[in-house]
Write a protein of this length. Structure first.
Length: 282
């Protein structure tokens, strides 16, 4: 399996593939890989001649230093999983210095207001960090297509907006959420949960599904109030936010309109471990 730690070496290798008109699929990750990540790689393999996977815990998208320090780093295990899937997948696992040289800081981006909703309200600067790393990685890899999971739906919309506004020639592909048997959305952060917490966290997806049913007959405000009550009765869970928003603009839904698609978003703390999820309300 080709493994690169320096962007100059990776660019040199990929330049030959680009010159030969080979298509490149790209899966950016922060490691601690799970089946959801592997499904993105499978889709990329199916659609492209080459697949590049980056493994990099990006410091500029963390507004919580403790979360950055505790984020799981499992490079050896990650490489084994990729190798078992397909030993021809190209891995780029750079150092912070290789990505940021002397300045580990974000560029400021304007995403036409997408950045001020939900995650943006609770994680100041997060989407500047996301935009900074994604733009850098796109410039290094120059992919034809890039694959992102819908668990981070707001991030997916942000990346699409980044590509549109900066005229980056890449197709951004959103892929379905992979879930554990109990419905919990697969996430690298799940590894920090105890077995009991992991089991109890099924309440997040159950609540989203019930909210979807309620949304058919109730107002958005009524659904919000119901979700708040659900988590008031959960001893180990603290609701950070629940929001029903229009998919394209991510603006809060106050009144349902038949010509718009809505999605319910949730963020929950379990013993200081932050979990997010969402569901289409179609």
């Amino acid at each position: 399996m080709p493994l690169y730690t320096q962007q100059s070496d990776l660019k040199h290798y990929l330049s030959a593939q680009i010159a030969a008109n080979k298509t490149i699929g790209f899966v950016p990750t922060m490691g601690a890989l799970h089946q959801g990540h592997l499904s993105l790689m499978e889709q990329s393999k199916h659609n492209n001649d080459f697949t590049v996977v980056s493994i990099f815990v990006n410091p500029t998208q963390f507004n919580n230093q403790e979360d950055l320090e505790k984020y799981p780093r499992t490079l050896e295990s990650d490489l084994n999983k990729i190798n078992q899937l397909d030993d021809s997948i190209i891995v780029y696992a750079p150092s912070i210095e290789d990505i940021y040289t002397n300045k580990t800081e974000s560029t400021h981006f304007d995403y036409d207001g997408l950045e001020f909703q939900m995650e943006g309200k609770h994680r100041p600067g997060h989407f500047d960090g996301v935009g900074t790393i994604v733009k850098k990685l796109f410039e290094i890899v120059q992919p034809n297509r890039a694959y992102f999971g819908k668990k981070d739906f707001q991030q997916l919309q942000i990346v699409k907006k980044l590509v549109e506004k900066h005229h980056i020639p890449v197709e951004v592909v959103g892929c379905e959420i992979f879930r554990e048997e109990n419905g919990l959305a697969m996430s690298s952060r799940n590894e920090r949960l105890s077995a009991e917490e992991r089991a109890e966290a099924s309440i997040i997806y159950k609540t989203l599904n019930q909210a979807k049913e309620l949304f058919k007959t109730e107002t958005p405000q009524s659904v919000n109030e119901w979700v708040v009550k659900v988590f008031e009765n959960q001893k180990h869970f603290e609701l950070e936010y629940f929001e029903i928003a229009e998919e394209e603009t991510l603006l809060t839904c106050n009144t349902k309109e038949s010509n718009k698609n809505y999605r319910a978003f949730i963020a929950v703390f379990v013993n200081n471990i932050r979990l997010i999820d969402n569901i289409s309300l179609k």
